[in-house]
Design a binder for this molecule. Structure first.
Ligand SMILES: Nc1ncnc2c1ncn2[C@@H]1O[C@H](COP(=O)(O)OP(=O)(O)OP(=O)(O)O)[C@@H](O)[C@H]1O
Length: 252
């Protein structure tokens, strides 16, 4: 039976040479929700993401995904289990077209971690239908044959989301999806995140609090590596400790 929480951390801790960047973090991410991880600069958000995806080895604590302890699972196995992090723009190959980028991601899912560029044209063509569906989902059908490098900024982010969706994530980790975007791109990307959240769980680190308030079912606020507050936006935004943590950060 699948539990209510798709992801849990228990006393997750990361120490860098005596400096504790993440301390006893107990996260509970509810299946099907949009969950935001926020906090002032240096709060430990990126470190938590790096721990969840095994970029970093925890100094202590446990990570449970779908009830299974994945604390010692190798990074390459994490995506196969359904936990996929959407990287920032660099994950997209600039000189491949949108279709080719999504096709590479589909190949990655089918063939494991080894990118295998030397498949026959026939094998690759067989993935075109699926790739087109994914491009359609993120409203990139019209950009299908355009190299990624030529896409406007917001569309690149949509392509990145399509390549993540190709891996069929059950839990999608989004790393500052609105970083560097103007208003219009933010609106489109927020709508896209809401759309793709329909049949999966999303955990995102995001500095734009208006987006966070708009999209999130639950928010966890980190400060100096520890959970300061948790709950829906209406609750955490009124928390005096949260207000204090954000004072003077420009994100208030
Ligand atoms: N590899 C490392 N070695 C030493 N200290 C590190 C390392 N990675 C992160 N830290 C420290 O851990 C703390 C948390 O950093 P982290 O990047 O996780 O914060 P963040 O909440 O993501 O911040 P931001 O919003 O600025 O991205 C910071 O003080 C940072 O300097």
């Amino acid at each position: 039976m699948q539990g209510e929480n798709i992801l849990e951390t228990r006393n997750l801790t990361k120490e860098f040479k005596g400096f504790i960047a993440v301390k006893d973090v107990n996260l509970q991410v509810r299946r099907g929700s949009i969950h935001a991880l926020i906090g002032p600069n240096g709060a430990g958000k990126t470190t938590v993401f790096n721990l969840l995806t095994k970029f970093l080895i925890p100094s202590g604590g446990q990570i449970l995904f779908n009830g299974n302890d994945i604390t010692r699972v190798k990074p390459a196995d994490i995506a196969r289990r359904g936990l996929v992090r959407s990287f920032q723009i660099s994950a997209v190959f600039p000189h491949l077209t949108c279709l080719e980028n999504v096709r590479v991601a589909l190949q990655k899912r089918l063939r494991g971690d080894s990118f295998d560029f030397w498949r026959s044209e026939t094998t690759l063509r067989a993935l075109d239908g699926q790739a087109d569906d994914l491009l359609d989902q993120v409203n990139l059908a019209a950009y299908r044959d355009i190299p990624a490098v030529e896409l406007p900024y917001g569309r690149k982010r949509a392509l990145e989301i399509a390549t993540t969706l190709a891996l069929e994530p059950e839990l999608m980790l989004l790393d500052e999806p609105m970083a560097g975007m103007g208003h219009e791109d933010i609106d489109h990307t927020a709508a896209l995140i809401r759309k793709v959240s329909a049949d999966r769980t999303i955990l995102m680190v995001e500095h734009n609090l208006s987006v966070v308030s708009d999209l999130s079912d639950k928010i966890t606020v980190l400060r100096r590596g520890e959970i300061l507050a948790e709950g829906p936006y209406a609750v955490v935004s009124k928390d005096p400790q949260v207000m204090e943590a954000y004072m003077g950060t420009g994100h208030a």
